[in-house]
Design a protein around this ligand. Structure first.
Ligand SMILES: NC(=O)c1ccc[n+]([C@@H]2O[C@H](COP(=O)([O-])OP(=O)(O)OC[C@H]3O[C@@H](n4cnc5c(N)ncnc54)[C@H](O)[C@@H]3O)[C@@H](O)[C@H]2O)c1
Ligand SMILES: [Fe+2]
Length: 382
């Protein structure tokens, strides 16, 4: 390791974590002088009881509350523009993103949009757009209601182009929430499929972050602990949910996102094109690709796989044992283990491989991935 190279490590924001903590939200907003929040969520969450409760609690304190929920499953630019217009038209003073990764990402992109009026994708991080993020941003709070993406502690929003569905990343440290309310009670009604798919996304974050090639021992420690937490709680959280398992999943998903500032890898690059091309749920795409991608990574990372096997409590401490465990996880929580079971066909593979090689996640993979490798991996998983 070259210790003459200077590296920068950033850790997130204030996190309030625990059952019932969402009740603190009105007091918190009042304490920072805010009273006109825009609640950004998705159309499903907007209909749930806990969402109505959050709204009621704010209105009971005479806050003026507006809700924006017109967002797609894989959010697109026009969702963000509409949300930005709603913010301005209703004279809001803050943004609360409540929901899964999709809702929180749109909320974060609206935070950017309010005072940054160039074309939204001029701010794309991959073309250096973060340099334009120079202005103020409205006060931003996140409230996760799934345990998967960890977007609540993120600085980026993944938004797709309306026509091509290509995913673009908006990034700036200014887009970090000022405070996160991580209340596991909000996830108690999350259906088994979403719990499983989002939970496997969180596991993928922790595993890929642990293996990613950047030197970041702090993130590696967090990632390993995240793997251990998910290993011990995902089955319970999906099959017989209780507060303990759902709480462990919530903190582990948040840890995954803290850890993946170290980088992600081949699995996310396999998954992203499936959402763009086939509208596959992000967590589900990761879940199915995870064992295949991890098998690809064993060579050269045997020591790290040994440590993963250890925290997973496996009897054999080798990479193949970890891969077998990942297949078993998918079966246990009711997810498919083949791409053909989620709508991928052989004729998709070339396009998927083109998109995967252009994806932003794999350059941090512990070993290089070529377009041919992506084709092979999709074919193996088919
Ligand atoms: N910003 C990031 O760092 C980052 C990282 C990974 C993924 N993402 C993005 O996150 C999105 C996926 O997020 P997700 O996996 O959380 O899924 P999601 O936000 O699409 O939510 C999944 C489903 O669960 C429902 N739901 C949410 N909370 C619920 C609850 N408490 N009870 C019942 N139903 C509930 C939603 O309405 C939705 O139908 C994708 O758009 C992806 O691109 C962002
Ligand atoms: Fe992810």
């Amino acid at each position: 390791m070259d210790f003459t190279v200077v590296r920068q490590y950033n850790f997130p924001t204030t996190i309030r974590f625990g059952a019932g903590v969402i009740r603190e939200l009105p007091d918190h907003l009042a304490s920072v002088g805010l009273s006109r929040p825009l609640l950004v969520t998705d159309p499903m969450v907007a209909k749930l009881d806990f969402f109505a409760d959050i709204r009621r609690q704010l209105e009971a304190r005479n806050f003026s509350v507006e809700v924006f929920s017109e967002i797609h499953k894989n959010p697109v630019k026009s969702d963000v523009l509409k949300g930005g217009d709603a913010f301005a038209a209703t004279n809001r003073d803050s943004i609360i993103g409540i929901g899964g990764g999709a809702a929180m990402d749109v909320a974060r992109a609206i935070v950017l949009r309010v005072h940054h009026r160039r074309d939204l994708f001029d701010y794309d991080d991959l073309i250096g757009g973060d340099i334009y993020v120079t202005g103020d941003v409205p006060y931003f709070v996140t409230v996760p209601t799934t345990s998967g993406t960890g977007s609540e502690v993120g600085r980026s929003a993944i938004i797709s182009e309306d026509d091509t569905h290509r995913k673009r990343i908006l990034f700036s440290p200014k887009l970090l929430a000022k405070i996160v309310y991580a209340d596991p009670l909000l996830t108690m009604e999350l259906p088994p499929f979403v719990t499983a798919a989002t939970g496997m996304d969180a596991l993928t974050h922790n595993l890929e972050a642990f293996l990613a090639k950047m030197y970041h021992p702090m993130c590696e420690g967090i990632a390993l602990e995240g793997v251990e937490l998910i290993n011990g709680s995902i089955a319970q959280a999906v099959l017989k949910p209780d507060l303990e398992s759902r709480s462990r999943m919530m903190i582990a998903s948040l840890m995954g996102a803290v850890a993946f500032q170290k980088g992600l890898g081949v699995v996310h690059s396999l998954a992203h094109p499936m959402s763009s091309l086939l509208d596959t749920h992000h967590g589900l795409a990761n879940a199915v690709n995870l064992p295949y991608g991890m098998r690809f990574n064993i060579g050269g990372s045997e020591g790290k796989f040994g440590r993963i096997a250890q925290v997973m409590g496996l009897s054999r401490h080798d990479g193949e044992a970890v891969v077998e465990r990942l297949f078993a996880f998918n079966r246990e929580v009711g997810l498919p283990v083949r791409l053909r079971d989620i709508g991928v066909r052989e004729e998709h593979i070339d396009t998927l491989a083109d998109l995967a090689i252009a994806d932003f996640a794999h350059p941090n993979n512990p070993k290089p991935v070529s377009r041919e490798d992506f084709k092979k991996l999709y074919t193996e998983a088919l």
